[in-house]
Design a protein around this ligand. Sequence first.
Ligand SMILES: Nc1nc2c(c(=O)[nH]1)N[C@H]1C(S)=C(S)[C@@H](COP(=O)(O)OP(=O)(O)OC[C@H]3O[C@@H](n4cnc5c(N)ncnc54)[C@H](O)[C@@H]3O)O[C@H]1N2
Ligand code: MOO
Length: 419
Amino acid sequence: MSIKARKAAGGHDTPALPLEEARARILAAVDPLTDIETVNLHQALHRVLAEPVAAAIDVPAHTNSAMDGYALRGTDVAEPGTALKLVGESFAGRPYQGLVGPGECVRIMTGAVVPEGSDTVIMQEQTARDGDQVRFEKPAKPGANVRPAGEDLARGDTALHPGRWLTPADLGVLASVGVPEVRVKRNPKVAFFSTGDELKPVGETLAPGQIHDSNRYTLFGMLSELGVEIEDLGIVPDQREALDEALQKASRCDAVLSTGGASVGDADYVVEALEKLGNVGFWQVAMKPGRPLAFGKINQAWFFGLPGNPVSAMVTFLQLVRPALVTLAGARPMLPLQMLLPVTDAIRKRPGRREFQRGRLVAADQGQAVSPFGHQGSGVLRSMSEADCLINLGPDVGDVAAGETVVVEPFAQPVWNGA
Ligand SMILES: Nc1nc2c(c(=O)[nH]1)N[C@H]1C(S)=C(S)[C@@H](COP(=O)(O)OP(=O)(O)OC[C@H]3O[C@@H](n4cnc5c(N)ncnc54)[C@H](O)[C@@H]3O)O[C@H]1N2
Ligand code: MOO
């Protein structure tokens, strides 16, 4: 049945897809980009590594001290109160050049090379110094406080495997093995625009009936956090020609996101335009917020027609668009990480479809609980801004009493799955 006919039937002629099926269909359709490029470490953040990186050196490069103290032969301090002769010092970056002989010790700082002859470091707090004599309060534990060369990465180890979505720690690992540039997958280019005659850009005065376009800012933020290249195409009026033109232009990118115009209203043209210019994968998902979501392809671009309601646009992005973009970028997406927590207040819900309520993690008697935000309307963006998690209430769930356990998905969670 055509989209027009489905809309005429109220958009309820075919059942909306369960969320898991919608996600599975999207992930099965989207192929990772194949082009590879070389970038420096600053540019590599949140890009997907294309080739393995081997450690060409040991990290750390030398056996070094974990403490400020004294380096010595562990067997020399078998008894408490033993004193040794101080023969020199080893600073980080300025090693002691000589050999530590029997009965001798060297003053050493954290990170400094453990001098030849010594095998143990005793921390400063357990010593007393008198001129060139250092007395040790306790017997040494041979090998204590010494970090062996290569304990982090040994020369020849694979430091990072391909398919990683590079994190700040990964940039540090690359720097630690002395790699200034890496081969990464081409970054997906994602275009987005808002539709709606009521929308005014921020900075302009509102006439009666108008509202500011907030969706382009939430999308900008969520896309930026993902590290993809973004193209903001602004506001497109509710006219078929303007929408067709915007979609054609946007479809040069790897993915296109629109918000608004995805429902069954008389000015909702997005799904019809998708059907005309490309292919509709599916339209309508059995979730609230987010039911009107449309997915498909226009030319080379994956298209996501997100609902206009500000909360709906964000929730559909997190549940369906983000995993798709991570896949497109070449990494394995992390499916929403879930935890089970009691709710502080009762939740009203009709069984039958999945509902995402906004919540806040709070301290409770035994650990944590989740507190649902008071007003759960799809237009109440403050519910997202004040929340730090979604409460995922499955289709079988009905009313929930205070104290009962619910599934919680924190906003802060890994976007890619390294397992
Ligand atoms: N008869 C029906 N009406 C509606 C249904 C339905 O099934 N039958 N679904 C409702 C649901 S659920 C949603 S969600 C909305 C989504 O509709 P659209 O995607 O067509 O979105 P619009 O109608 O264009 O806008 C909805 C709402 O959001 C505001 N909006 C739109 N864009 C922005 C923006 N960029 N920044 C801020 N706010 C925006 C817009 O003014 C509307 O208030 O449809 C329901 N209706
Ligand atoms: O799905 Mo609408 O997104 O419930 O508000």
